[in-house]
Design a protein around this ligand. Sequence first.
Ligand SMILES: Nc1ncnc2c1ncn2[C@@H]1O[C@H](COP(=O)(O)OP(=O)(O)OP(=O)(O)O)[C@@H](O)[C@H]1O
Ligand SMILES: [Mg+2]
Length: 372
Amino acid sequence: MQAMPRQNVFRDFGDAGALFRDERALEPEYLPELLPHRDAQVREIASALRGAAQGRRPENVVAVGKPGTGKTATVRFVFRQLSEYSGKAVPLYINCWEYSTRHAVLSRISHLLGEFMPRRGIAADEILDRIVEVLKKEKKVAVVALDEIDRLLAGREGEEKVLYDLLRAGETYGTPFGVIGVTNNEDFLARLDRRIRSSLAQREVAFRQYSPQELKDIIGARARLSFHEGALSPEAVPLCAAHAAKNGGDARLGIAMLWKAGKLAEQQGAEKVSAAHCKKAFAAAEASIREEQLSRLNGIERRIIGIAGESGGKGITSGELYEKLAKEFDETDRTVRNYIDKLEALKLVSVEERPRTGAQKGNTRIIRIPTA
Ligand SMILES: Nc1ncnc2c1ncn2[C@@H]1O[C@H](COP(=O)(O)OP(=O)(O)OP(=O)(O)O)[C@@H](O)[C@H]1O
Ligand SMILES: [Mg+2]
């Protein structure tokens, strides 16, 4: 009896999708060959690091800008070019969300340098000594990028001491390091000790928000890598770019939306990614943000939303709302007002000021659930 070819669910899927050529180009970690609209930042950081390529002390850099403005991509891009160009500089990339203590950062540096140390039981000072020894022996200059560097200030333990370690190593041990601090927190520099600040911020590189047109270029370039020709309707990239522009100029968001729209189209077996797929992707993302915000509200905040919801499109006046809440919670009107302001800022309720009716003076506030 001849064996039937066995059905395989994975084989049925095929390899490359009908729409996607290569989904990886839409993953957040993907580093493209070109970074449109970041030439100036690439050049500025590279020029600060020139010394390291010659085995000398580079200048330190702070890169600051809002989320999704290409800071991480730019630093990784310059690092890739630096290691291609010179064997003397050793670029080391560290994300301080993952490595957020002095000990963790130093352990990570020694690990990236190929030193295998037991994770525990070795004091930070000792790890630093080892790092310096290795760099001296190999006559190399380490350039350490500390991405999300503000995490080092998040705890109470003074983890930013690692910045002293690295910035002073030139004087202390005769082994200079370059440090690139990357942050989306504009207050970060102000919170640093003055001496650390001035040596870290030898160069400050600003990443301003992308314009809608710039986002179109960036997302369009990624689209060409990741989708087959003709798989996108002409509206798809401009819509994702406009959505990203409206939400803080975040390129990451625009790229993620294009991916999501592609997945929705794929699931439906559509021939093209349409405007409707994009809009559905935006709505799904907004719903999940909203769900997350709702999950973090306290009891009284939830109740405010509940009451506003029960009032339907007409809404409820602040006076009526205070009255209802006073029966259930022991909060002053002033506190309730603060909660309403917070919910308004999160766009979970809308507030309309309206002149009072009748003999009463001043305004009253009408609270509603915003319509999408
Ligand atoms: N100029 C650009 N060219 C191509 N891709 C870009 C560009 N700018 C950003 N991107 C892409 O957008 C996404 C977000 O960029 P990146 O991670 O560098 O932002 P970031 O400024 O580090 O944000 P955050 O502050 O949230 O860490 C990445 O996938 C990145 O590849
Ligand atoms: Mg980043």
